[in-house]
Write a protein that binds this ligand. Structure first.
Ligand code: PLP
Length: 232
């Protein structure tokens, strides 16, 4: 079996160095381990190495893994599950019932359903609005011009807690172009923070671009490949 503790240490060092470079406290940046397509055995390794925050993209796959982990005595501490994939409205219920966060909310209909389906015994579901920062048609996410309005609607839903925004920038080798997108996201994030004091999460940065994201103010990086290896 592959040993992923080395990869985790490397990612943690990368985060610390990126923070240091721009004089930020590394504690401000949460590492979200993206375990989509990867087996519970690898999640267990990451857990045993101290990680508690995991991101998943596919409803059926993630619910099966979450159930399996719930019944596994090797997992004693609570794990925080983040849904970060595209979400269809007919699949919101299991997500509302099993996740702690949804970072891919891009329209009111999805938010409304998650709100209505969140079990009352659980605390409100933490929400990030996904922003389509590059405007690419293939990308999900709300547009820049609509995000403030969507935030206002989501903030009124009692079973949801608006925590911030999430985005995947357009792939580019042009660092300036990349940072322009991250900077624009940081600006919206600040605007939301001014309106909603509970907003504390700017989820941006993946395996290939976490340094730039941290330089531009990211508070959460979502790392899959660099921790768990390439996906098929
Ligand atoms: C898969 C995925 C990631 C992780 O990407 P890597 O490049 O493997 O680190 C992060 N965020 C989202 C939304 C994803 O779907």
């Amino acid at each position: 079996m592959t040993d992923i503790s080395k990869q985790i240490t490397m990612v943690q060092q990368k985060i610390a160095q990126a923070a240091l470079r721009v004089k930020r406290d590394e504690q401000e940046i949460q590492l979200l381990a993206v375990s989509k397509t990867k087996p519970v055995s690898l999640i267990k390794q990451a857990y045993q190495f101290g990680l508690r925050h995991f991101g998943e993209n596919y409803v059926q796959e993630s619910i099966e893994k979450i159930q399996q982990i719930k019944e596994d005595n090797d997992f004693q501490d609570p794990i925080f599950w983040y849904f970060i994939g595209p979400l269809q409205s007919n699949k919101t219920r299991p997500v509302a019932e099993h996740f702690d966060w949804v970072q891919s909310v891009d329209r009111l209909k999805i938010a409304q359903r998650l709100n209505d389906q969140r079990p009352t015994v659980l605390s409100p579901l933490n929400i990030c609005l996904q922003v389509n920062i590059s405007g690419e048609e293939s990308k999900s996410g709300t547009t820049l011009s609509q995000v403030i309005e969507l935030a206002s609607q989501v903030s009124k839903l009692p079973r949801l807690k608006l925590r911030g925004i999430m985005a995947i920038p357009e792939k580019t080798n042009d660092l300036q172009q990349l940072e322009k997108q991250f900077q624009a996201l940081h600006n919206i994030y600040r605007e939301l923070q001014n309106k909603y004091p509970q907003v504390d999460t700017l989820s941006m940065g993946m395996s290939g671009d976490l340094e730039s994201a941290i330089a531009c103010g990211s508070t959460m990086v979502r790392i899959g490949t660099d921790i768990f290896g390439a996906r098929n």
